[in-house]
Design a protein around this ligand. Structure first.
Ligand code: C6P
Length: 431
């Protein structure tokens, strides 16, 4: 069964002009001056990078911060008393403060550096789940969850003998909240885990509503913000969640570092996830006690320079402005859905433009998504094809895979025109 076709949306050209002065806007042409990848040619054509949901390109400011740090401030952190080590620690902890401000957490104790969003979600599933789930309890995820917020919960629930349920989606890829009552009648709901933005469909999920329901049930609310934090303002206090995960590499920062935000009282009550250096207070032959937050969850030498680069990325996107980024991507999405909606041999998936983030999944009738992506690559257009780490969702859509175009602050409407031109070539050759 396929998701409903998104109806054609009438769209004018996107020039960035004519936007009300009070609304935050960004000038993608200007931002592009910061990105060296644009100098690359693919098959002699300029690269149209439409795969930012997989990972974003990095601006010069982030690369400069990494180089500067490695050249002038590098040492291990929280260990040395010499000047260089103190400088490194200040820069590393400075990045933590930037992350705190970015998600509006009340304290840096609540900001745990992890390798990525996946590790952050595993941390919660293991460190909270193994001590708090038992038979009769339910873990509730969604049908459009990325495997990173699905598999750890499925695994830990099974290990603990707890039940595992999902909130189904409707034909336009939105959560069916009327299923909540049935789910609640089937056991004690202890965890509700959802993404804020779906990486496959671009659906924006009603996290505040789900968080309120989770708390009514006495459950914790876990939010995967990997696809939301780079594109819209995040306020963990306003969202009313208990844990939130994100990755640096999806918001112009280096790979190898992510964040778990957690409510202090919950993090305090949890056992550690990884054990070893840095996360201890005292070790004797008989027993070990744990360091204070957030260090209890940061065993071993962390990704030091990556944290500093992540801080520079947060500065960069905050200066561009998350509201402006969100608005820019919304316009690109509406434009893309409108253009694809004109092609009867293309099926698009996901909600209508007004409730759809900057990720557009589609299929070309009769052509495998990998072939679509291959032909687009010949045209210099980079998209992702596959199941996007959402196999249960693909099963619901009745497809093995989709082709996906995703946007960021450097994406231009002209690049979407090149995507559409490339799709006409796909149709010509293989359709
Ligand atoms: N999605 C995509 O192309 P990591 O790999 O840990 O940085 O992020 C995992 C992750 C978690 N949740 C969501 C909603 C995600 O989209 C991702 C990563 C990439 O869609 C790679 S599969």
């Amino acid at each position: 069964m396929g998701a409903s076709r998104v109806t054609k949306t009438a769209q004018g050209p996107l020039t960035g002009e004519g936007v009300a002065a009070t609304r935050p806007t960004l000038d993608a042409h200007r931002q592009r001056a910061d990105f060296a990848y644009l100098e690359e040619l693919v098959n002699g054509k300029p690269l149209a990078y439409l795969d930012s949901a997989a990972s974003t390109q990095k601006p010069r400011q982030v690369l400069d911060a990494l180089r500067e740090f490695y050249e002038h401030s590098y040492a291990n952190v929280h260990r040395g008393v010499y000047r260089l080590a103190e400088r490194a620690t200040e820069a590393f902890e400075g990045a933590r403060e930037k992350a705190r401000a970015f998600v509006n957490a009340s304290s840096t104790r609540e900001i745990v550096f992890t390798r990525n969003a996946t590790e952050a979600l595993n941390l919660v599933a293991y460190a909270w789940g193994l001590d708090n789930l038992r038979p009769g309890d339910l873990v509730v995820v969604t049908e459009l969850e990325h495997h990173s917020n699905f598999v750890p919960w499925q695994y830990v629930a099974q290990r603990q003998g707890a039940g595992f349920r999902y909130i189904p989606i409707d034909d336009s890829g939105e959560l069916q909240l009327d299923a909540l009552e049935r789910i609640a009648s089937e056991g004690r709901v202890k965890v509700v885990a959802t993404n804020l933005v779906s990486n496959s469909l671009g659906t924006i999920n009603p996290v505040e509503k789900l968080g309120a329901w989770a708390h009514e049930q006495g459950a914790i609310m876990v939010v995967d913000a990997a696809q939301a934090a780079p594109h819209r303002p995040i306020d963990v206090q306003a969202l009313g969640c208990d844990f939130l995960a994100l990755s640096s590499h999806k918001l112009c920062g280096p790979s190898g570092i992510g964040v778990l935000w957690g409510r202090q009282e919950l993090l305090e009550g949890m056992a550690p996830f990884n054990l070893g250096g840095e996360m201890i207070r005292k070790v004797t032959l008989e027993r070990t006690t744990w360091n204070e937050l957030p260090h209890k969850f940061e065993a071993g030498t962390p990704a030091i320079a990556e944290a500093v680069g992540f801080g520079a990325a947060l500065d960069y996107i905050s200066a561009v402005g998350l509201e402006a980024i969100e608005r820019h991507e919304h316009e690109l999405t509406a434009y893309t859905l409108g253009r694809l909606g004109e092609l009867p041999w293309i099926e698009t998936y996901g909600p209508p433009a007004e409730r759809h983030a900057g990720i557009v999944s589609f299929n070309v009738e009769g052509v495998h998504p990998h072939d679509v992506a291959q032909i687009l690559d010949w045209e210099g257009v980079a998209v992702r094809a596959g199941h996007h780490c959402t196999q249960p969702l693909m099963a619901r859509l009745g497809v093995a895979a989709t082709t996906r175009a995703s946007f960021y602050l450097y994406t231009l409407p002209e690049e979407i025109d090149r995507l559409v031109d490339g799709l006409h070539k796909v149709k010509q050759h293989l359709g």
